[in-house]
Design a protein around this ligand. Structure first.
Ligand SMILES: *[C@@H]1O[C@H](CO)[C@@H](O)[C@H](O)[C@H]1NC(C)=O
Ligand SMILES: *[C@@H]1O[C@H](CO)[C@@H](O)[C@H](O)[C@H]1NC(C)=O
Length: 193
């Protein structure tokens, strides 16, 4: 219990405890829910780097902090350089790190330190519509209030990362992987002892 105190950190109005590092699926869900953005790598279609990895920042949300679904949603337009890549090849890699929160700073963990937990999603980015898009809109606009004012003539659409594999760096000893099934079953904020 007391050792857990070191791992407490504050988000606006509430305390969330980082899961134990060996509970990898929970850790992945925790990082995905805590982060507001991701670095997304696509296979570039743009000269002079055609065919090369191209990494770029995107706002994400899997739902409200404290109750995410684990699905990273994005609000995209084909006017955007990486989204143009996705139109040719939807395969992408999304990286999120607790370095994006106050956690690593407060603990004194360098972003490359595995204790500064970070995750990489492999998969593809798919346009969504219907009820899932309605959910994505709520999830994104609640955490990214300025999205509501983004220019309407840019043909924004909602998309999700369709996860095929989750890679987790949250402790020493190398990367660990989580299947989408285990990832979506995990409960990031459950109390532990
Ligand atoms: C979503 O859009 C796709 C392609 O435009 C379409 O085939 C599909 O039926 C739509 N799904 C829903 C739930 O509206
Ligand atoms: C979405 O991800 C699942 C694995 O979680 C995979 O089986 C499926 O083929 C993917 N769908 C697309 C369209 O990439």
């Amino acid at each position: 219990m007391l050792s857990g105190l070191l791992l407490l950190f504050a988000m606006p109005g509430e305390l969330y405890r980082i899961p134990p590092h060996e509970e990898v699926a929970r850790m992945a869900r925790f990082v995905a829910n805590q982060c507001n953005w991701a670095s997304m790598a696509t296979i570039s279609t743009h000269e002079p780097v055609q065919g090369q990895p191209f990494s770029n920042a995107f706002s994400t949300s899997d739902g409200p902090v404290g109750s995410g679904t684990g699905v990273p949603y994005m609000y995209l337009t084909t006017m955007e350089i990486s989204v143009q890549d996705l139109k040719v090849n939807p395969q992408a890699s999304l990286s999120m790190s607790l370095a994006q929160t106050d956690f690593c700073k407060n603990q004194g963990y360098d972003p490359q330190d595995p204790l500064c937990a970070h995750i990489i999603f492999s998969g593809s980015v798919l346009e969504i519509n219907g009820t899932e898009a309605t959910f994505a809109k709520k999830a994104l606009f609640s955490r990214h209030p300025e999205m509501v004012d983004w220019p309407t003539d840019h043909n924004w659409f909602f998309a999700k990362m369709n996860i095929t594999k989750v890679w987790v760096l949250d402790y020493f000893g190398g990367v660990k992987t989580v299947t989408p099934e285990d990832y979506f079953k995990a409960t990031p904020y459950k109390r532990h002892h």
